[in-house]
Ligand binder design. Structure first.
Ligand code: ADP
Ligand code: LRH
Length: 493
């Protein structure tokens, strides 16, 4: 295969980056060109993304990419958030952040129109207030929705600004809870029954197709050739991350661990059973028609929010120092159910954790290190339960857990996860999402093989670390019983 070079834009909820990716036989290299922090704006009109800033950061990154003469550009980002365009194609307002609290009560509203069972059969999605469905419903009476002609998920919106072309890439469309879980199109009947305008939803397409050609004005701004192909990658960041999981067996689970921890399996087809619905598992679309069968667990959001609060209070210690301190503390002092929806919103997280501990009868953490230990042990417990439930519900054996994303750099979390799951954890790559983005572009241009070949290339070329369980099964059984008792979820799974 020939050498292939592309530019990949990967936007996470906590940071974005533009990288140059180079692919050839036995070669997969990323060069980071531009990295920028990402955080929402707290405005009078709610929690919003400054998407014009993100667009500018992308252009800055692409300008740096010009020196690599990329053959293609591809964009992925976090899911569910979207912009609304008016008739002339102008963005009506900055997109809401999925953690904006306006979706409170929307699940109940939907339930009056469509039963939980039917919603799951139709869309295959877990019930989470962040889903586009609940966001659109919360905007139902707004002037903006009335004026909107098109809804674009963020990567589709950013592609539109690069190319002038409108479309909806399927891996991300599948996260909206408005997409047909068994088909290739939006769930139009459901959309109608919910009273949402059907004209909002552009025609969907699979990853790997051409999204459009770079507009002349973007070429002038960045130094890239006008007309350069913009490739539709697996534009949901988690879908891109799963592409780059370096699994060498089919019996693997993955944990895409960043702001959220996405924990699950790659399957040939969705699991739509009543037990799966009750256990709140989601069936998102992967590349090559696969299903990403997973559950969103709270992830490093908890830690990010703690750090933000402590810094605002003047604490100077860095993450590495806190993690070292937490690693030296005794195990299992305070462990929580991190999937409590109370943790979703942006807030004084150390206080929220203290309150949750007090309510659960767990000792309240007294130092930042104790809080960090509590968060990481609690996340490892969520990883354990979710890997096990996924394997049971899908009847899919798991012999190894792959941790990818920024959280795979957190050695303590990897170690705890291996012990909690009682399975080896292979950690890395931390930049799986950007790698998956590059690999889908390479495949679209004939420079990489199918997903098995892509995984093998990642396994051969990227530094990985292995963490074997240390035989702490009895302790983790006891912790699970202490935190969850006999929750219905355990019986369901
Ligand atoms: P997202 O895509 O959601 O923005 P990332 O995959 O970039 O998230 O992961 C970000 C998280 O990774 C950070 O919140 C942090 O907890 C963790 N992380 C990043 N680098 C390190 C590191 N060197 N050590 C420990 N954790 C890290
Ligand atoms: C991870 C992610 C996740 C979604 C959430 C909104 O970045 O895309 O898969 O559920 O963000």
């Amino acid at each position: 295969r020939t050498d292939f070079t592309c530019a990949a834009v990967d936007l996470g909820a906590s940071s974005g980056r533009v990288v140059a990716g180079e692919v050839a036989a036995g070669k997969l290299e990323l060069t980071e060109l531009h990295r920028f922090p990402n955080s929402p704006s707290h405005t009078q009109a709610g929690l919003r993304w400054d998407v014009s800033r993100l667009h500018r950061e992308i252009l800055t990154g692409l300008e740096a990419a010009a020196a690599y003469s990329p053959a293609s550009v591809g964009i992925d980002s976090w899911a569910v958030d979207h912009g609304l365009l008016d008739e002339a194609g102008n963005l009506l307002a900055d997109p809401y952040h999925h953690r904006d609290i306006r979706t409170a009560g929307m699940m109940e509203r939907v339930r009056e129109l469509v039963s939980d069972e039917e919603l799951y059969r139709t869309t295959g999605l877990q019930r989470l207030p962040i889903n586009t469905l609940y966001q659109l419903l919360a905007s139902q009476e707004s002037e903006q929705l009335a004026a909107a002609r098109t809804m674009l998920l963020l990567p589709d919106l950013l592609n539109y600004w690069l190319t002038g072309e409108i479309g909806a890439e399927i891996t991300n469309a599948s996260t909206t809870q408005l997409f047909d879980v068994l088909g290739e199109d939006w769930a139009h009947d459901l959309i109608r029954r919910l009273g949402l305008p059907t004209h909002l939803f552009p025609r969907p397409h699979a990853p790997g197709l051409r999204a459009g050609a770079l507009l002349a004005e973007v070429g002038t701004r960045t130094g890239l050739a006008a007309g350069l192909p913009v490739t539709s990658v697996a534009s949901h960041d988690t879908a891109s991350a799963v592409v780059a999981v370096p699994a060498r067996t089919e019996r693997f689970a993955y944990i895409s661990c960043g702001t959220w921890s996405l924990v699950g399996l790659e399957l040939d087809s969705p699991v739509l059973t009543e037990r799966s619905r009750a256990a709140n598992f989601t069936n998102e679309r992967g590349v090559e028609g696969t299903t990403r069968y997973l559950r969103n667990t709270m992830g490093l959001w908890l830690l990010q929010e703690c750090l933000r609060c402590w810094r605002e209070q003047g604490m100077r210690r860095e993450l590495g120092e806190l993690l070292d301190g937490a690693a030296r503390l005794p195990a299992f002092r305070s462990v929580l159910d991190t999937d409590d929806p109370a943790f979703i919103a942006s807030q004084d997280m150390p206080a929220a954790i203290a309150t949750a501990c007090a309510n659960a009868g767990e000792p309240v953490p007294e130092t930042p290190e104790q809080t960090v230990r509590c968060v990481l042990e609690s996340l490892a417990l969520a990883h354990r339960i979710t890997v096990r439930d996924a394997a049971r519900l899908a009847d899919h054996e798991v012999e190894v857990v792959h941790m990818v994303g920024g959280g795979s750099r957190n050695e303590l979390l990897c170690r705890l996860t291996a012990d909690a799951c009682g399975l080896p954890v292979i950690a890395g790559p931390a930049e799986a999402t950007a790698l998956g983005n590059v690999l889908v572009q390479a495949r679209a241009h004939g420079a990489a093989g199918d997903r098995a070949a892509a995984r093998e290339l990642v396994a051969e070329t990227q530094p990985l670390r292995r963490f074997d369980p240390t035989g702490a099964a009895r302790e983790w059984n006891a912790v699970e019983a202490r935190v969850h008792g006999h929750r219905p979820r355990d019986h369901d799974a």
